[in-house]
Design a protein around this ligand. Structure first.
Ligand SMILES: Cc1cc2nc3c(=O)[nH]c(=O)nc-3n(C[C@H](O)[C@H](O)[C@H](O)COP(=O)(O)O)c2cc1C
Length: 223
């Protein structure tokens, strides 16, 4: 597979087949993605890969924690900053509407929308779950570089016939994850990722999201 195909066919996969991926295949994949760049070559990430009982225990922990605090736990690194622009708000709204349209869940059916969203905390039933761990002292640069590592993984997954969904929703359970995953004193979860063989028939996986046109995000000078 060439890089352009991997980039254009990658989507956030939100339904998976019940088919495992072996440890060695996952190890090779992670090692390949480690070629991702990072400022000063810091490689500021650490990854925890979970399957089987280890994965299930996170799902159980999440269900228990969210039953007590449905909005999740406080964090000093919220998923979105307060100052997102109207254009960004519109994009966020649009992708949500597109997804629920695929799923045939109308806007006023809040209960079903919430139920669907809760599937995030089961990794959308993917057999493999990743957590990207970063030191609390790292700044915005290192968070961005960890994102490059994640995208490299997502593209290499395409080559393997796997699907991925990055999951920042796990940032709402940082305190519980820190203790559940036995992170170091100064470590935190940045993001999760669901990984597995995509269910290509699932309606949610038919969602192919929109992007801004070139002239909306790029300008050329001196040509
Ligand atoms: C860092 C990151 C975190 C994300 N977290 C979530 C998440 O928690 N749950 C989810 O369903 N999608 C999540 N997404 C997927 C985005 O909604 C998705 O990338 C975007 O709508 C574009 O769609 P596409 O990935 O299919 O191209 C995340 C994406 C990124 C890059």
């Amino acid at each position: 597979m060439d890089v352009s195909s991997a980039v254009s066919q990658r989507i956030s996969t939100r339904a998976f087949l019940d088919e495992p991926i072996g440890k060695q295949d996952l190890a090779d994949w992670l090692q390949a993605a480690q070629r991702a760049p990072s400022g000063g070559n810091l490689q500021p990430w650490r990854v925890i890969v979970l399957t089987g009982g280890a994965r299930q225990s996170v799902v159980d922990m999440a269900a228990q924690t969210l039953s007590k605090s449905p909005r999740g736990e406080p964090t000093d690194r919220p998923i979105y900053p307060e100052a997102i622009t109207d254009t960004q708000k519109a994009r966020r709204y649009r992708v949500g509407e597109m997804m629920y349209e695929q799923l045939d869940i109308p806007r006023d059916d809040k209960a079903r929308r919430l139920q669907w969203f809760a599937r995030n905390y089961r990794f959308f039933d993917a057999p493999v779950a990743l957590f990207f761990i970063i030191d609390e002292g790292m700044g915005h640069g290192q968070w961005a570089h960890t994102g490059m590592f994640m995208q490299t993984l997502a593209l290499l997954a395409e080559e393997r016939g796997w699907g991925t969904c990055m999951q920042e929703c796990w940032g709402t359970l940082r305190a519980s994850l820190k203790s559940h995953l036995e992170l170091g004193e100064h470590e935190m979860v940045y993001c999760g990722m669901a990984v597995g063989y995509p269910d290509r028939e699932a309606s949610v996986n038919q969602l192919y999201t929109e992007r801004a046109k070139l002239n909306e995000f790029a300008e050329f000078r001196g040509f």
